[in-house]
Design a protein around this ligand. Structure first.
Ligand SMILES: Cc1ncc(COP(=O)(O)O)c(C=O)c1O
Length: 449
């Protein structure tokens, strides 16, 4: 029986394709994944699997036979030699992190572009952490009072959300905020916009609640649900804003059903066409819980965010946290406080804003004619709706060129929408963005009647 090899080749790499194939087979023999006597695929079959010329796989096999790793047996195929020439143990070698083969560049809508010019402020913040004194006992379960004060002031200034420091709870990001909220809500299903943020769906389900799919950008009937999760400033992943009338209707629906509106305000500061639209929570502080994050402005790896909840819910969340000490690590809170006080957050937001506006215009210019783009108005991705078959073709062509451009369909549950979600934040350089846009545009031009 032939042993499948699951090899990968990187066309853009400097190393010749034949050598890449030989390297990977050699590695599989030395680490024991291929054992003496295993039959490897024929050079023709391997060439077909990898989409390379047969001469390339033949060259790799010839090399490995010459080195003594493989042997050809007349009429029955190519086999791993039973005694490896170096007598290496067939123990599995530990693979270094990230060495899983040539990776695709993933156009990830969660990765922000951060202006490297402000590295000094970043270092200052961590120096400040190193000289400040941590609380001697367990920290304030709501988050550091100084940070909550800065956040309350900032929310008023940039999100139109008038609140006191004691209204704010520091979280480890949006998903953690959502977990806090769900932990304090009565049992019951949660409605989530469809298409929508997959991490929110997974979080609700992981906590044992059912997810009710409701169409994105609408004010659905919420009867029987305990809450509804929405992204009003920049619907994820459709990239549109929830219009004023629908905002009011949604709050009314939530009141009628006695459900909570959970507002994920993940990238609202990056609006290019008009000033950021005030948070939905500013319309009704008793019905809407607001979730904010540092993931889009500073770094998703900070794992820092905040929430502003209606008072009874806030008290329940705080009681739970006091009991469990579930509060982000003090150094991270302190560093973020320094970054806010130093003006770092405002500066990186301003410069990223310029980069995103420019890149968004490039995406629109390259792909706008192939589908419906709704803007793009904000954030670090643009979604282009188009027929499924065309989106799939463009997605496959991008993969072939080394890029993973997510499909809109991957964010849908019951919704049937198709297209591409083209992220242009920190996951790509300008040159890579231009390259992948070229591939997408060429493929779509060929596929569009
Ligand atoms: C819709 C949405 N909300 C929130 C986030 C950020 O989540 P967190 O704050 O948990 O990093 C993202 C990140 O990609 C997102 O796409």
């Amino acid at each position: 029986m032939t042993t499948p090899l699951a090899l990968q080749v990187a066309r853009e790499a400097d190393r010749p394709l034949g050598a890449q194939i030989a390297d990977q087979i050699r590695e599989r023999i030395t680490d024991g994944r291929l054992a003496g006597g295993d039959r490897v695929p024929s050079s023709r079959a391997l060439a077909g699997d990898l989409g390379v010329a047969r001469a390339v796989t033949e060259q790799a096999y010839t090399q490995l036979v010459a080195e003594g790793w493989l042997e050809g047996r007349h009429g029955s195929g190519t086999f791993v030699r039973s005694t490896t020439p170096l007598g290496r143990p067939t123990r599995r070698r530990r693979r270094p992190i990230g060495a899983a083969g040539p990776a695709l560049v993933r156009l990830d809508s969660g990765t922000p572009w951060i202006d490297p010019r402000y590295g000094d402020a970043w270092r200052r913040a961590w120096r400040d952490v190193s000289t400040a004194r941590p609380p001697s006992g367990y920290p304030d379960a709501r988050g550091s009072p100084e940070l909550r004060e800065e956040l309350a002031a900032r929310l008023g200034r940039v999100r139109g959300l008038d609140c006191d420091p004691d209204d704010v709870i520091v979280t480890a990001g949006t998903v953690d905020g959502l977990r806090n909220v769900l932990g304090a809500l009565p049992p019951g299903p949660v409605a989530i916009e469809d298409p929508g943020y997959r991490a929110a769906v997974a979080t609700v389900r992981a906590l044992g609640r059912d997810v009710v799919d409701v169409p994105a950008l609408t004010a659905p009937d919420l009867t029987g649900t305990t809450g509804v999760y929405v992204t009003p400033a920049h619907q994820h992943p459709l990239g549109r804003m929830l219009p004023a009338g629908v905002r009011l209707a949604l709050i009314e629906r939530a009141r009628t059903a006695d459900a909570l509106v959970i507002e994920d305000d993940y990238d609202s500061e990056f609006r290019y066409d008009v000033a950021p639209v005030p948070a939905l929570a500013a319309l009704d502080r008793d019905r809407v819980v607001y979730l904010g994050t540092a993931s889009k402005t500073v770094a998703p790896s900070m794992r820092l965010g905040w929430l502003v909840a209606p008072p009874p819910l806030r008290e329940r969340i705080n009681e739970g946290r006091e009991l469990t000490h579930q509060v982000p690590a003090w150094p991270v809170q302190r560093a973020f406080l320094s970054l806010l006080r130093d003006g770092y957050v405002d500066k990186v937001v301003r410069s990223a804003h310029r980069v995103y506006a420019d890149r968004a215009a490039r995406v629109e210019a390259a792909l706008g004619r192939f589908g419906t783009t709704h803007g793009p108005i904000a954030g670090m991705y643009a979604t282009i709706e188009m027929p499924a078959e065309r989106a799939a073709r463009a997605h496959a062509a991008a993969r072939e060129a080394g890029y993973d451009v997510p499909l809109l369909g991957a964010h849908c549950r019951t919704a049937r929408l198709h297209g591409l979600v083209v992220a242009f934040g920190g996951s790509v350089t300008d040159a890579q963005l231009d390259e992948v846009l070229g591939v997408l545009a060429d493929t779509l031009a060929a596929a569009t009647p």
